[in-house]
Write a protein that binds this ligand. Structure first.
Ligand code: CDP
Length: 210
């Protein structure tokens, strides 16, 4: 039997990253935060002083990525999340990153991937698909706390506006828009703390494994 692939998708600051990390630890699987691929692509363009909609340069940057480049705290900044959602709307950039993600998911032991299109485009055959969501207000509060912990103080109204703008951009794009796969289980974490959300996610995985 092939390995256990767990696809986690959801909007900005829904808690999918934390859940994916915890599930990977619990089920002893490798984890890929696919948002980092788009963040690193955007970062390469910004570093070269190129506009974020330069599709050719962005595609070349995406092609040059390796999964070991990713521990830069700068990639996790608010600025890079915004920039990532601009390059992530470019069809050639997405196409360039498909193989890398699918190769990761094809590991013998299985894998946990989190992003926007894992259950719909990257791993449509994943045994487990979870769509993690929460209200924009809850997500903005979580993101404000997370950024403050990293020393980036941004006021709540600005973050709420970011979250809503990013939802709109990610859901409206033509290629691989943010939406739950038809066979995904939706997990609304608005009223759940991390522990409760984790327990609910483990239950979803166990059920899907049969
Ligand atoms: O944690 P947060 O959702 O803010 O950020 P992220 O998951 O690192 O994603 C940053 C941006 O990359 C998103 O707003 C998406 O536009 C894009 N992205 C994507 O299009 N497809 C993915 N599989 C992952 C991220």
């Amino acid at each position: 039997m092939s390995g256990l692939v767990i696809a986690i998708d959801g909007p900005a600051a829904s808690g999918k990253g934390t859940l994916a990390r915890r599930l990977a630890e619990y089920f002893n699987l490798p984890h890929l935060d696919t948002g980092l691929l788009y963040r690193a692509t955007a970062c390469a363009l910004l570093d070269e002083g190129l506009p974020l909609d330069d599709e050719e340069a962005a595609t070349a940057a995406a092609r040059g990525l390796s999964l070991t480049d990713f521990d830069d705290a700068r990639l996790r900044s608010r600025e890079m999340g915004e920039a990532a959602s601009v390059v992530a709307a470019l069809p050639q950039v997405r196409a360039e990153l498909v193989d890398l993600q699918r190769r990761f998911a094809a590991r013998e032991e299985g894998a946990v991937l989190d992003g926007r299109d894992i259950g719909t485009v990257i791993c449509p055959g994943a045994r487990v698909k979870i769509f993690v969501t929460a209200t924009p207000e809850t997500r903005a509060q979580r993101r404000a706390l997370e950024l403050a912990r990293r020393g980036e103080e941004v006021d709540y109204p600005t973050i709420l506006a970011d979250v809503k703008r990013r939802d709109e951009r990610d859901s409206a794009r033509a290629v691989a828009p943010l939406k739950p796969a038809a066979d995904a289980v939706t997990l609304d974490t608005s009223d759940l703390d991390i522990e409760a959300a984790f327990r609910a996610a483990v239950a979803i995985v166990e059920k899907a494994r049969g």
